[in-house]
Design a protein around this ligand. Structure first.
Ligand code: GAL
Length: 422
């Protein structure tokens, strides 16, 4: 059962899951303490992430009079610090009123552990089943129940550039495949800048995943997470070889940097490119940096590697009523606009007007409709937290030792441990 559900989530893009009917128990969290504070736990503490959260908070203030937002953010990209703080709070039965969880396999971890409430009945009363695309509803539905409200859709497989730096290196077009990318990286190297800025483990996993999409193609890439593509596939070996070559163009201090530190290298003109999710668009905007370009990772074609932030009602939340108002706001047209126009992501709702959004999101909204969708493991859509942790450690070790056999072995072992029924 566990494998079947995980496989279903990882196997498909949001557009194409099997339909499961939703019904709800309306089980309430809360201890009747009468609190009017809603502690919202995220890792959005700065830049474009904080700007997105602020937008949501302001929509919450308008829609939920009498309730007060309390910021429970723990800084650190991709929840590197937040997730362990959250895990220990959940274990000690001290949940925040709501927390950020990625739609897909990561959310299943919380559902399987019985840590989040079924909110299917609220979906009905808030009209969310009509607001979100059916594929997303299907993706969120587990055994007929829905446990979270998605705030957005992010794209992971995007390369960001400093246009002045690339132009000075004589790069006139965006590279479309790895051959062109390596040629561009060589030009940047000649100029004495870091060709490709990167940070620690999870950012390396993102780059590796992008390379795997190129070397395996979208279907076989998705198969890595649902068990239909073995990690011993020759495309993975090619991916490791290409990834190893890409690492030679990156900053040596990578293992000590968060994504924003790598982004700063690009902004400061010290690096040409960075592979990062499209929260980078919002962050560059929030920091006033205008000379940036963006393109899909070379060789990914029209593939859109997706992830979605969603919010839950934890079991035992002190203020279930206030949390429900937060969740309703997250799913509302106003909430999604206030959040996504500042966060770099696109709204999960289908009724948004592209003209309300910055240029990057307009392009992403168009791509989302037509592109082939594959899930992100680094951001919990395609793999569980245990699998993600194992992949991050494997990449972290690879960064130091560059041992291809050890990386393959670790990835095979992770798929065996976390990809199948225990
Ligand atoms: C992701 C999250 C994004 C963004 C990013 C960088 O996991 O889904 O919303 O915050 O981490 O921190």
């Amino acid at each position: 059962m566990r494998f079947t559900r995980r496989a279903a989530v990882a196997a498909v893009g949001i557009a194409a899951l099997l339909t499961a009917g939703a019904c709800g128990s309306g089980d309430e969290g809360g201890d009747g303490s009468g609190s009017t504070k809603v502690e919202v736990f995220t890792w959005w503490a700065d830049g474009g992430e904080k700007a997105g959260l602020d937008g949501l908070v302001s929509a919450f203030g308008t829609a939920c009079a009498g309730q007060t937002f309390e910021n429970g953010a723990v800084a650190g990209g991709a929840g590197a610090n937040a997730k362990s703080v959250l895990a220990s709070r959940l274990q000690q039965n001290d949940p925040p009123d709501t927390f950020q969880a990625h739609a897909g396999a990561e959310l299943l971890d919380y559902i399987d552990a019985g840590q989040v409430e079924d909110i299917s009945a609220d979906y009905d009363s808030w009209g969310l089943k009509q607001a979100f695309p059916q594929g997303l509803i299907d993706n969120l539905t587990v055994d007929g129940k829905i446990y979270s409200v998605p705030a957005n859709i992010h794209r992971a497989n995007v390369v960001w550039s400093n246009k002045k730096v690339t132009a000075a290196a004589g790069i006139t077009t965006d590279p479309k495949d790895l051959t062109e990318f390596f040629a561009a990286l060589d030009k940047l190297k000649t100029k004495g800048v870091t060709p490709l800025a990167i940070g620690k483990d999870w950012t390396q996993l993102m780059l590796f995943e992008s390379v795997l999409i190129t070397d395996l193609g979208p279907e076989k890439f998705t198969g890595l997470w649902n068990g239909t593509t073995p990690w011993t596939d020759p495309g993975v070996a090619k991916g490791i070889a290409d990834f190893k070559r890409l690492l030679t163009y990156t900053n040596k201090d990578r293992d000590a940097l968060d994504w924003t530190d790598a982004e700063k290298l690009v902004m400061d003109g010290k690096a040409g490119y960075q592979l990062m999710g499209d929260w980078e668009a919002a962050d560059l905007d929030a920091k006033g940096f205008k000379d940036y370009g963006f393109f899909t990772f070379p060789g990914n074609g029209t593939t859109f590697q997706w992830l979605a932030d969603s919010f839950v009602l934890p079991k035992g939340a002190k203020n279930a009523e206030g949390t429900k108002c937060w969740l309703k706001t997250v799913g509302s047209a106003e909430g999604q606009k206030a959040f996504n126009t500042k966060k770099g992501s696109i709204p999960a709702r289908t009724d948004a007007a592209p003209a309300d959004y910055p240029k990057y999101q307009q392009a992403a909204m168009a791509d989302w409709k037509s592109a082939k969708q594959v899930p992100s493991c680094a951001h919990g859509a395609g793999c569980s937290q245990g699998w993600q942790g194992a992949a991050n450690s494997a990449l972290g070790a690879y960064s130091t030792k560059q041992d291809d056999a050890a990386l393959t072995k670790a990835l095979v072992a992770a798929a065996e441990q976390f990809g199948k029924k225990k």
